[in-house]
Design a protein around this ligand. Sequence first.
Ligand SMILES: *Cc1c(COP(=O)(O)O)cnc(C)c1O
Length: 504
Amino acid sequence: MAPAVFKTVMPLDGGGWVRLPFTSATFFRGVMSNQSNQGKNTDPRRGLPSVSALLETPRIRELLASHPRPLVVEAVRATLEACRAVGPDATETRGELPVIAEKAAAHFENVWRDRIRPVINGTGIILHTGLGRAVLPKTAVDALAQLDGCCNLQIDLDTGKRGKRNYVTEQLLCRLTGAEAAMVVNNNAAATLLLLSSLCAHREVIVSRGQLVEIGGSYRLPDCVHQSGALLVEVGTTNKTHPRDYAEAITDNTAALLRVNPSNYRVVGFSKSVSIAELVAVRGDRPLLVIDDLGCGALVNLEEFGLPHEPTAQDSIAAGADLVCFSGDKLIGGPQSGIIIGKKHLIDRIRKHPLTRMLRVGKLTDMALEQTLRLFFEPETLRAQHPTYRMLSMPLERVEARAEALAAALVALGTSLECAVEPAESAVGGGSLPDEAIPSAGVKAAVSGLSADDLARRLRHNEPPVIAQIRGDRVMLDMRTVLDGEEAAIVEAFRRIVEHVNST
Ligand SMILES: *Cc1c(COP(=O)(O)O)cnc(C)c1O
């Protein structure tokens, strides 16, 4: 049987398109003919154009210019089926080529609307997981754009023989953090699983009860430990864990003391956690590993950007951690990836584990991460070169000025659009610095006749999609996360929406 896919069909009531589960052409026709049987349908095919005639219309040719022909043909066929099913009462669609072409185009765009492509982030969340987390630096994007041929991913240009994957990226990580060795995998969840699987399987890993993290997308640290084959030993309490809690839990079967950075939540008030330096002291000269799962992986001191202190990877290495792991697309601001740094003999052991091959990254990730890491060698230019740090450090006055300029352009669109500049609060996002609101400014807007939900949906349906927040009966665009140069597309989106509303 054909796998279930989702098809869009036109409902009889003439309302919006709906998505129905659909398994085969027969099923589809069955659904449609059930509907048509309800009408006084005598000759359902009368007056409908052919598929080939529709494919020749300007509207469909426009689609064919940028989309695969079979997908366009499928949409045209489905639209004709739906028109047939509506029956003779729906005279407005009968025989009118441009009208049916428009319906087919709308159907196509509805089905394929969610294809992955650039969107404008007006949410104020700098590392928005739903929007692809970090905005890649231009140097990284340029490197990817050059990749229209082969590359030396795993060949030694000197000998012509098989070379080391990710070698330069790993060297950059060592230089930046002071670690002996580094490796790159698919994400931080993979990094944690890999290092526990290769070094701690069947043995105990001691973790504070205050650090049993859950991250969005159903990642939970305890599940990761179980999956690795290691045995989780919880110590301390939710709010307080002391060095002696770890010391008392150590047995002959203990493999590691694992600290997990509470990156997306905070335990405040009467609380105590144990630092890496303290864990190294607890370990003493026992043959145990001290591992730091940093999560967000800062490489620079965030206090310089007006944010609270976040432990850096180099701090963990300097404090004596044997291994440190973190994400490549949180505070590093690169592509989705996970990074492990630490002692060379341990990284060598990890590399030999079968999971390493399964979790490795491809050339796109390696190139983008290498270019992103290079920027951290010149911290004074990070603000200019690195989008994440540019957004984090953009002065409030600058954000306000951009909001004023956008509001002025929107006001010019007419009286059915109401807008004003308002204070906003941006967030770092990406599961980092959870309680840190960054003062910001945004444009709050409403279009008469549209609810805030409606307006937000129409903005998302714009090309390019604009993602706004909803604030009461208004939408809000936080200008901290809107990139320079995206303003014109936002104004154009509102212009289309206002025009459409005024014409109906
Ligand atoms: C973000 C995070 C993860 C998951 O990292 P991904 O790169 O999204 O897989 C795991 N642990 C901690 C502590 C995190 O902050």
